[in-house]
Design a protein around this ligand. Sequence first.
Ligand SMILES: [Zn+2]
Length: 190
Amino acid sequence: MIEQLQNLPGVGPKTAQRLALHILKQPENQVQALAKAIVEAKKQVGLCSVCFHLSAESVCEICRNQNRDNQSICVVADSRDVIALEKTREYGGKYHVLGGVISPMDGISPEQLNINPLVKRVSQQSVKEVILAISPSVEGETTTLYVGRLLKPFTKVTRIAFGLPMGGDLEYADEVTLARALEGRRELDT
Ligand SMILES: [Zn+2]
């Protein structure tokens, strides 16, 4: 159990041990409930066929929401970023989750990310603005420029402003910083 827990992000050997001991002290039905919740979530949750955000349905709640602006798409690297941006309550459009960033060092090429479906989406429907909201890092920058160039022929492309620290993850930015970054977005120059 300790070995398995240690595979989780942000869990070192000490934390894994603490969690394992805590679980062992729990009543059995509670441990069953936890195990079941993990397995069920894994079984039921897949990716939205439109935006690639985590979803239990084939099309996610955000994509299905008629009150959200269809003509604005915010592009993020990961589902965690969608959750972080939703917390700000500043954004009323749709999203597109790339599933990572371009990283030759880690062997991640543009073809492995959900970039083609994004280009298709933007070229086939009327989109007024694409907001690139990818965490600032060397790979993030490469991805922003790459995706921006592909989308520019079809629509206005902006990027969120960086009061965000270089290398800082979107998900760790507090809501006010993130809301400001979104508000202060500017057109991407490629
Ligand atoms: Zn969706």
